[in-house]
Design a protein around this ligand. Sequence first.
Ligand SMILES: Nc1ncnc2c1ncn2[C@@H]1O[C@H](COP(=O)(O)OP(=O)(O)O)[C@@H](O)[C@H]1O
Ligand SMILES: [Mg+2]
Length: 226
Amino acid sequence: MQKVLLELKDIKKVFKKGSELIKVLDGINLNIHEKQTIGIIGPSGSGKTTLLQIIGMLDQASSGNIKINGSDTSSLSDKAASKLRNECFGFIYQFHHLIAEFTALENTMMPLLVRKIGMSKAKKSAEILLSAIGLGERLDHRPSELSGGECQRVAVARAMIGKPNIVLADEPTGNLDPETAESVFECLLELNETSGSGLIVVTHNHQLAHKLDTVIELRLGKLKYV
Ligand SMILES: Nc1ncnc2c1ncn2[C@@H]1O[C@H](COP(=O)(O)OP(=O)(O)O)[C@@H](O)[C@H]1O
Ligand SMILES: [Mg+2]
């Protein structure tokens, strides 16, 4: 039996906007196993980003229970929660969010430097990773000197370099033309296969979603396997 990395039990999320209550997640149950890849599809506004933010400990559920590697996360101190977030999760967004002043290499190294891993070791790991995804000749380029697809590949490398348990990608190819989207998606799958992380990808592209082990649709606050 493969190890369960993350368990969500009856997760609900309600936003308060003035006197209005917006019910977004209405009892989400989901497990992700080691090396499992999951695609989440669903209409705009259905709560996909909210769900990823809760999974990645960037937002809190209104109720329900989350276990990471078998341990409940609800009673962690802020400090322990950020340490766990940094070690367990890698994030990729629709827009690359690379630091404009930093090169591809420096952006990729960031998560290791945050963990106080030495400069030369971090540099070496970043070089190996960027070379593996075809950016070996672009190490010293800043984001403004890279194409959209190349920036997104750097964002993928940055998310993976710390060997997170789970990579969370929120519409990672949503801003790219179809051909580039497909090649960035392949790059994401390839690196993920090598690192053996779990992977959750939110995407509007059903064709890409079906390259993953499991596809789930979020609709009216609930998950449905499709
Ligand atoms: N901070 C917030 N305050 C109030 N409502 C929010 C907030 N964040 C998201 N929402 C609402 O929650 C719903 C789901 O949003 P979101 O998770 O971004 O959907 P998706 O990513 O599927 O498009 C939307 O109706 C949105 O307006
Ligand atoms: Mg969203």
